[in-house]
Structure formats: structure tokens, C-alpha cells
Design a protein around this ligand. Structure first.
Ligand SMILES: Nc1ncnc2c1ncn2[C@@H]1O[C@H](COP(=O)(O)OP(=O)(O)OP(=O)(O)O)[C@@H](O)[C@H]1O
Length: 447
């Protein structure tokens, strides 16, 4: 099915065109009402459906309907407006509009509406995904099917979901399954560092760009060149940084701090957040234009309690990972242990489950993991501070835990400071991955 899109805003136009094409629609994009009028008067046939902005620079969208030959009015018109009122909606519908959407635009609902208009459109054949690396639940399988469908055609993807649900895991899967082998995957957490440092981390800097910049440094965009940049916690990013990011999205050009020279990067970007970005837009904390630009394809990772089938499957994977690392002390999950895992709600999601299994493997005295060891640690169940696994919850030593936590925090902070808060170098110095460092910084509230 083909679609005529009339939209003057370049960001909105690009985002809509990209999404329509990903959904399998052909899209013809008109930047002004006049361009369309001239083409229609010259004999141009209308597409199967028309999407139009209400407020165009040269004409109001509804007025445009009056200026076009009749054959153009027989098509379903869908209007988009930033300032929708009930009266305007009723007026548009009375004039024959098929539907009316207000901004922030719900892309998924718009696509649903368009798909309903093309019931006979051959839907893409279901993909065979015999093994899904994300889980066995139907929700995770569906996500995997989506990943495969995106194939090589995506530039920007938004992943949402609760903390620890597996957004980065999904991002890695998207990268691995759609990018050439060996292409870089660079993950960066938008809130892990103060604003000034995150800019330096993202865009890089030249020697002497600021106090402490003793040598030039390649930013994350450059490091991800030819591959994927995963930008986590995008909903918490400062507005000034959002503006810079928007410019990069427009032309994929970056400029190191302290440099005059812009350079082109070929980077696909995956954004992730555990916030509702449309609410952030309404509250003025997130740029509306950036929201449109990144909301082209939206994948939502459901929290673990919405897909309980994945709990024993994931637990089993974590035990297997332990066994591979510790072949002399193999562990086994018994039935009682599995029942216990299934009974918990996992407010900290997969991260909490993984930590719980790792701890139980470590503390287990025999091969079969004792069910009593499968209690969530108190500081991981941030959403529900009360341990849900019975009275044994009190058997660990909080004093030792809090002591170790404080030591860990002090040591990491000290090494971060020593390396100018550069995540990559600090992670190397500590002998852990960047991701692990971010996770620890988050858990220990290191700002
Ligand atoms: N499908 C999965 N298979 C194996 N491990 C997983 C899976 N999903 C998540 N995990 C593990 O759970 C932990 C949290 O996952 P991840 O970092 O992807 O979550 P997130 O949603 O990005 O969290 P945050 O919002 O806090 O950044 C990680 O250690 C990850 O390896």
C-alpha cells in the first residue's frame, strides 16, 4: 500500500517516512501543500491513504482538501496536529477525515490504523525463530521476530522497559543479528557521568579542550563508527545534550570538544529508557522533536513478572554460565528451587534474578542449590524492599554486606577519579567490563 505524507517538519517527515517504509508501506513525502496541489493538478494520482499535518506553512491541512481534485478526496485522510481540540477533531471528521492524531504522536497506533486500511496487504511471512536468545515466552519470541524483520533496514530504534528487564540484552541481540560480524557495539549510559563529562565521552575531545584533557580522545560515536551505539537512560539526559544529539541524528556529523572540524560517522543508534518518554515530553523534560526522531521503531521489553515462563529458563542459563566458569563446583537447580523462583515477583527483573542465582551458586554447599539460598538481596529489590522469600531472609549479615558495599564504592570512586572519570579506562583498570562498571555505579549511587 502506498501513502502520501504531507509534512513540513523535516524531523517528523523523516521519522514517519522511515517507519512507514519499515512497515512495508511505500511513502511519497510532500514538504508543502503547494507542491502537492501542483502535482495533483498535473494529473498525479493519489496514494491509497493520505497523512497530513494540520498546520502547514503555506496552507492549513483541511484547506488543502478543498484545493485538490475530487479523486484525492475519495481517499482516507489522517490528520496530525500539535494543538488538537475536540472541536477541531469533530470539524475534521465532519469534513470527511478518516482519523485525527495529536502530538506527541503515537506511531504504533497510527501504524495500526494504516494496517487496518490495508487488510488485504500480504503480511510478511512469519519468521521461523527456532531458538530465541531472549527467552521462551511468547513476548520475547515476538520481540525476536521483530528484530529479524528489521534486518538491515533500521537506523534508529527505541527500547523501553523497566530497569533490569533486558533492554541492553535486546539491543545486543539486534546488533548481532543485523550488523556485520565484528561491527562495534558501544554502550553508554547517559546518566553515568556529569553532563560535561558525558559530552566528552560521547563526542570525544582534543588535547587541551578542557583542564585535564592531556591527550585527544575518541568519543563513543567515533568508537561505534560502522556499528551500533547503545544510548541507555536517554530519558534522563540533560536538555542541552538532547539538542546536540538531535543535530547528530540529522546529519550523522560529530565534532570533538575543542575541535572545529566536523566528521561523518556511520552509526546506528539504539536508545533505551525506563521512562515514558511521551510523559517526559509533556512535562517539558524531553525534546518533542528528538522524541519523534527516535521513536521510529519502538520495542518494549516486558518486565519479568509479565513473562513468568522465562524465569526458570533464565535461571537455568545463569546456572549453566556458573558451571562453565566453575567446572569443579557444578550446581543444579532442583524442583523446589524452581518453585521458589516462580513464586517471586522480581521487581528488579532479570538483573535481580541473575544476581540471586549467582549468589546462591556461590553459597550453596552441595551440587543442588538449596532453596533457602534463593532469596533476593535486599538492596536489589528496590521496588519492594521487603524480601518475599520467608524468614530465612534474615540469615545474611547486613553488617558485612554494608561494609563491603562501602569499600567497593570508595575503591571504584577512587579509580574513576584517577582516570578522569573515563569509563572505558577505569573499567580496564578494574578488570571489569564497562557495563559491569555502570551497573556497579548505579547500584552504589556513584555520581
Ligand atoms: N534474555 C536474557 N538472557 C540472559 N541474560 C539476560 C537477559 N536479559 C537480561 N539479562 C541480564 O540481566 C541483567 C540486566 O539486563 P540489561 O542490562 O539488559 O537490562 P536493562 O533493562 O538494560 O537495565 P537498565 O535499565 O538498568 O540499564 C544483565 O546482567 C543481563 O545480562
Amino acid at each position: 500500500m502506498n501513502i502520501d505524507l504531507i509534512e513540513d517538519d523535516p524531523l517528523m517527515g523523516e521519522a514517519l517516512t522511515e517507519r512507514l517504509q519499515l512497515e512495508g508501506f511505500e511513502c511519497r513525502w510532500w514538504r508543502t501543500a503547494n507542491a502537492l496541489i501542483v502535482a495533483a493538478e498535473g494529473g498525479q494520482e493519489p496514494a491509497a491513504a493520505i497523512i497530513s499535518d494540520v498546520r502547514l506553512p503555506d496552507l492549513e491541512g483541511p484547506e488543502l482538501m478543498n484545493r485538490l481534485p475530487k479523486r484525492w478526496l475519495d481517499r482516507p485522510w489522517i490528520f496530525i496536529t500539535g494543538y488538537g481540540t475536540v472541536a477541531q477533531r469533530n470539524e475534521l471528521l465532519a469534513r470527511g477525515a478518516f482519523d485525527f492524531f495529536t502530538k506527541p504522536l503515537d506511531m504504533d497506533r497510527l501504524m495500526e490504523r494504516l494496517r487496518a486500511l490495508a487488510p488485504t496487504r500480504a503480511s510478511p511471512p512469519p519468521l521461523q525463530t527456532p531458538s530465541c536468545p531472549l527467552g521462551i515466552s511468547s513476548e520475547m519470541r515476538k520481540l525476536h521476530v521483530m528484530v529479524r524483520r528489521l534486518g538491515d533496514h533500521w537506523n534508529t530504534v527505541l527500547i523501553t522497559g523497566e530497569s533490569g528487564a533486558g533492554k541492553e540484552e535486546l539491543a545486543r541481540c539486534l546488533h548481532l543479528e543485523t550488523q556485520p560480524t565484528g561491527a562495534p557495539f558501544v554502550a553508554v549510559n547517559a546518566t553515568s557521568l556529569p553532563e560535561s563529562l558525558i559530552e566528552a565521552e560521547l563526542f570525544g575531545y582534543e588535547k587541551g579542550a578542557f583542564t585535564g584533557a592531556s591527550r585527544s580522545h575518541k568519543g563513543m560515536f567515533e568508537q561505534a563508527n560502522g556499528g551500533t551505539l547503545f544510548l541507555d537512560e536517554i530519558g534522563d539526559m540533560a536538555l542541552s545534550l538532547q539538542s546536540r544529539l538531535l543535530r547528530v541524528l540529522q546529519d550523522r556529523m560529530i565534532t570533538r570538544l575543542g575541535s572545529e572540524k566536523a566528521q561523518q560517522v556511520q552509526v546506528r543508534i539504539i536508545f533505551a529508557t525506563n521512562r515514558h518518554l511521551n510523559e517526559e515530553v509533556r512535562a517539558g523534560r524531553f525534546r518533542e522533536d528528538l522524541y519523534y526522531r527516535i521513536n521510529v521503531v519502538h520495542l518494549r521489553v516486558p518486565p519479568l513478572h509479565e513473562r513468568p515462563e522465562d524465569v526458570p529458563w533464565l535461571a537455568q542459563r545463569f546456572v549453566e554460565a556458573w558451571n562453565q566458569e566453575h567446572p569443579s563446583a557444578p550446581r543444579l537447580l532442583g524442583e523446589e528451587a524452581e518453585r521458589m523462583l516462580m513464586a517471586h515477583r522480581w521487581p528488579g527483573n532479570v538483573r535481580e534474578l541473575r544476581n540471586c542465582i549467582e549468589r546462591a551458586c556461590l553459597l550453596s554447599e552441595g551440587t543442588t542449590i538449596e532453596a533457602r539460598l534463593l532469596q533476593p538481596a535486599q538492596d536489589e529489590s528496590l521496588v519492594s524492599p521487603t524480601p518475599e522469600f520467608g524468614p530465612e531472609a534474615k540469615s545474611t549479615s547486613p553488617t558485612l554486606e554494608s561494609y563491603l558495599r562501602e569499600q567497593e564504592k570508595q575503591y571504584i570512586t577512587q579509580i574513576l577519579a584517577k582516570h578522569d572519570w573515563q569509563i572505558g579506562i577505569t573499567a580496564d583498570a578494574l578488570g571489569i567490563s564497562r557495563k559491569s562498571l555502570w551497573e556497579r555505579m548505579k547500584r552504589l549511587s556513584i555520581q
